[in-house]
Ligand binder design. Structure first.
Ligand SMILES: Cc1ncc(COP(=O)(O)O)c(C=O)c1O
Length: 390
């Protein structure tokens, strides 16, 4: 349950498009293939609820690099929710930007609130820091939870008032279990850069195709980003950009594929959540992506007796004793003593799960996991036995 990679097969129409474009050998513009910029902007703006007219697009080799590109282009301290995805903080460290951590709680779905943001801004400025940018990630890795629209609106208001740029990582926007993802860019179009791509909803992480939508009014940031792109990766592989057009043509068959894969992720994560609940570990109903971030603090005393006092020790202990791989909460910036772990619920053969799901309409999470996800089933069994006998 350690690695977060969606293992569904590449959709045949996209494979076909890649084969057809194997002969594309020319460099493309650093901002990306013009048709791809246009098509992806319309696709995502419609799905995520923001106004396409207010944004310009940059295509990059994955959204991770684009987030780094934005961090480089916008100088100043980074406001970072805790826990948050493993790469944001190291990127800020690489460019020597200070980090202002904003703690979150499970009760708030592991997302910041307008109040916690305002408080962090006051404290940071009292310390003489210069907060400039905030990263939010919705739906979220590591929590699998989303932010309600009302909260997005409130955070947008604070950022507008305080002159903070939002970097909104929406790579899981289409792995939203209710299929109702909304971007904060709907409420703060002049100050939000949205990043997304194809890695998660179409299981195309290895294609390395990421996209950023930058407000037209932030032209100098856009130019700086293009300058960085031109001086580093030049352009994303031409066959990949041409093939990716297929993903944004809103073809019914691909849209249904995305929906089916997301439904399967939803069922399997809910199975893992049920195992945690049966152990007495509370966790909100999952809303997107394919992760959970449970806190094993309920077992603190028993774990202490085994010299397990931090999340890192807990992750190592579980690997050693029951051969279950997890990531410790510390990898996401959480305090070691919190005994949190990130569990990924995506380690199953996508094609087998798809076949079963299609052949068994109305199947339950349990029957799906029993039939198609032996590793998830075994890991859950071992976790269940281990903690109930502790
Ligand atoms: C929260 C989050 N953001 C961004 C990424 C990077 O995705 P990409 O493949 O587009 O670089 C990941 C991948 O694991 C992720 O979990």
């Amino acid at each position: 349950m350690g690695f977060g990679q969606s293992l569904f097969p590449v959709h045949p129409l996209i494979q076909e498009a890649l084969a057809v474009n194997a002969g594309q050998n020319m460099y493309l513009p650093s901002a990306g293939l013009p048709e791809l910029r246009e098509l992806s902007l319309h696709y995502f703006s419609e799905k995520f609820g923001f106004d396409a007219n207010e944004f310009k697009t940059i295509v990059g080799p994955g959204s991770k690099v684009l987030i780094y590109d934005i961090q480089l282009a916008v100088e100043g301290a980074l406001l970072l929710p805790v826990p948050s995805w493993v790469s944001y903080a190291p990127q800020a460290v690489l460019i020597d930007d200070p980090i202002i951590k904003i703690p979150t709680t499970m009760e708030d779905n592991y997302h910041i609130t307008a109040e916690s943001l305002e408080k962090a801004l006051v404290v940071a400025r009292q310390k003489g820091m210069n907060p400039k940018k905030l990263i939010i990630n919705n739906p979220n890795n590591p929590s699998g939870l989303t932010m309600p629209q009302s909260r997005l609106e409130q955070i947008a208001q604070v950022c507008r008032k305080q002159g903070i740029l939002v970097i909104s990582d929406e790579i899981y926007g289409l792995v939203n279990y209710q299929q109702n993802h909304t971007s904060i860019a709907k409420f703060y179009p002049e100050g939000t850069i949205v990043t997304s791509g194809l890695s998660k909803h179409l299981s195309l992480g290895g294609y390395r195709l990421g996209i950023a939508f930058v407000p037209k009014v932030l032209n100098s940031i856009y130019d700086a980003m293009i300058g960085i792109a031109s001086g580093t990766w030049s352009t994303v592989s031409s066959p990949i950009q041409h093939a990716s057009l297929k993903a944004f043509e809103s073809e019914q068959i691909i849209e249904e594929y995305i929906k089916t894969c997301t439904e399967i992720h939803s069922m399997i994560s809910s199975y893992v959540r049920e195992v945690l609940i049966s152990l007495g570990i509370k966790y909100p109903v999952l809303e997107g992506a394919f992760y959970l971030f449970p806190n094993f603090g309920a077992f603190r005393d028993q774990l202490f007796e085994k010299e397990v006092k931090t999340s890192e020790q807990l992750a190592m202990h579980l690997l050693d004793k029951i051969q279950v791989a997890t990531l410790p909460g510390t990898a996401f910036g959480d305090a070691p003593e919190n005994l949190t772990l990130r569990l990924a619920s995506c380690d199953f053969e996508g094609q087998i799960a798809l076949n079963y799901y299609i052949e068994h309409p109305g199947c339950t999470p349990e029957s799906l996991v029993n039939a198609c996800c032996p590793k998830i089933k075994l890991a859950c069994q071992r976790l269940g036995e281990y903690f109930s006998n502790l």
